[in-house]
Design a protein around this ligand. Structure first.
Ligand SMILES: Cc1cc2nc3c(=O)[nH]c(=O)nc-3n(C[C@H](O)[C@H](O)[C@H](O)COP(=O)(O)O)c2cc1C
Length: 477
């Protein structure tokens, strides 16, 4: 079955079908939302005796009918989604759900923010406002890709190119037309005086709250952005300055380009911040020009974001959430969120709200449908009445390395019927593992005396023919 759906902007399959919306279903499947599809798909779908107009229209010949017919439609407990379970707040300000666009190009104009509100985002963190003259480079993005999807994304963008006054005009209009949506305005000053001026100007701008950008890694002005976020004394100083001149709640957006993010977070608390946001992008270098004829090696360090940074972002959120100095403070998490499951992981670690940029750049604002539906159904199915109930629920489940139980081995289990004898598991175990696998009659054979249960074979198997067994076998003495 071929499902290489391109997630088209204006899906021709849906236009051709005229009976249902195959594109929406394929999209939900791409965003880990099998359950939402199972919940919404009718018991009888007309695909069995249809001539397949959707497939004829599809530019890459996805097996749409087979995919749709393969979806289980026998769920007895189909539910109306109750979006009230997603209601939460930002320092006491109501949010209709925890999903915000993060401060970046995705939240950088009236039109984009208005469309995001209409689409179902609870709010936006508006692109960072400043007094600097911002001039951007072209091109400014590059990416690490896998199967034509962006896995890691690098940008060298700085802040809003609009004047502070023009941005305030936009905020007022947004607030006027969307009074119930949440407007978090990101600001950055070059010195104390600029932080104060920005804080004062934002007081009656329509902003509901402020996010202090101590974390952009791409600034051409020295001693701004992540240069500040790495120095707790400066974070504290600028937070204090803002606190003294704003009537709005504010959070500090922290840089991941540090070893101990808690140092800057605690400094922000001492400075009077109401919470933190993390992570901004990670300093990175994706591409280097290796053509010797070019003479100059063009490459620049920029901020890394998207799916690839999620494990790093999760680690930082876990550390922030465990920090006693942040108890009761708002944590707004981001870094690689694409699906509702990604968002949920951050929330169970302790996030109150979650923000997204790279996934919106790649897939558009419409991912909000799958984020909301997936999270709401998960909460309903598990008997939670509010997203607030699950905040921080696994933080104690994170085991420090020194406390890990190292007394057992969990062996891999080989699914013979799926194995095609490619031998990748044997190769990896021999050269990069513990030499516990060998080939016999075209099949991998495990030597339990040598196997340490590292699970490298499971990770490299291209056929998903090796899984983890569920038994913990005590190590031999
Ligand atoms: C193109 C681009 C521009 C960004 N501009 C800003 C910005 O102006 N202010 C800011 O605080 N963060 C900025 N960020 C960082 C994002 O808000 C976010 O922290 C980061 O990208 C991680 O989230 P993600 O993986 O969902 O993209 C930018 C990110 C990208 C990709």
């Amino acid at each position: 079955m071929k499902n290489n759906c391109l997630l088209c902007a204006e899906p021709v399959c849906t236009k051709a079908c005229a009976v249902m919306d195959p594109a929406k279903i394929l999209r939900s499947l791409s965003f880990d939302n099998e359950y939402v599809v199972m919940n919404s798909i009718p018991a009888e779908i007309p695909c069995t005796d249809c001539e397949g107009r959707c497939e004829a229209a599809c530019p890459v010949s996805v097996d749409i009918r087979e995919t749709l017919l393969g979806i289980r439609r026998d769920r007895p407990d189909k539910k109306e989604i109750n979006y009230d379970v997603l209601k939460t707040d930002f320092c006491g300000i109501p949010l209709e759900n925890p999903f915000l666009l993060s401060s970046s190009v995705v939240a950088s104009s009236y039109e984009k923010c208005a469309r995001a509100f209409e689409a179902g985002w609870a709010g936006v963190a508006y692109k960072t406002v400043c007094f600097m003259d911002i001039e951007e480079a072209s091109p400014r993005y590059s990416a690490v890709k896998g199967e034509e999807k962006i896995i890691g994304f690098k940008n060298i963008e700085q802040l809003s190119e609009e004047s502070v006054e023009e941005n305030i005009r936009i905020f007022r209009k947004l607030k006027e037309n969307y009074p119930t949506k949440f407007l978090l305005v990101s600001i950055m000053g070059r010195d104390e005086e600029e932080w104060i001026r920005l804080a004062e100007m934002m007081n009656d701008s329509g902003a509901d709250a402020l996010e202090l950008n101590f974390s952009c890694p791409n600034m051409t002005h020295k001693a701004t952005g992540s240069d500040v976020g790495q120095i707790p004394e400066l974070v504290e100083k600028y937070c204090k300055a803002v606190k003294a001149h704003t009537k709005l709640p504010f959070i500090a957006k922290l840089t991941p380009n540090v070893t101990h993010i808690e140092d800057s977070a605690e400094a922000a608390m001492r400075g009077g911040a109401d919470g933190v946001a993390a992570i901004n992008t990670i300093k990175s270098l994706i591409e280097v020009d290796i053509n010797p004829n070019n003479g100059i090696y063009h490459a620049s360090i920029g901020g890394y974001s998207g799916k690839a940074v999620k494990p790093i972002a999760l680690r930082f959120i876990a550390e922030l959430s465990a920090d006693k100095a942040l108890e009761g403070k708002h944590i707004s998490a981001m870094g690689g969120i694409e699906t509702w499951k990604d968002a949920l992981e951050f929330i169970v670690l302790g996030a109150d709200s979650v923000q997204v940029t790279t996934a919106v750049m790649q897939y558009g604002q419409r991912i909000i449908e799958d984020l909301k539906d997936g999270l709401a159904l998960y909460l309903m199915n598990h008997g939670f009445s509010s997203v607030k109930e699950i905040k921080g629920s696994t933080i104690s489940g994170i085991v420090p390395t020194e406390k890990l139980d190292r007394s057992y081995i969990i062996y891999p289990k080989f699914l013979r019927e799926k194995c095609v004898s490619c031998g990748r598991c044997v190769l990896s175990c021999t050269d990069g593992g513990h030499e516990a696998l060998r080939f016999a009659e075209g099949r991998p054979i495990l030597d339990p005396k040598k196997c340490v249960g590292c699970h490298l074979c499971i990770l490299v198997c291209p056929q998903k023919a090796i899984v983890s067994s569920e038994i913990k076998v005590p190590k031999r003495q």
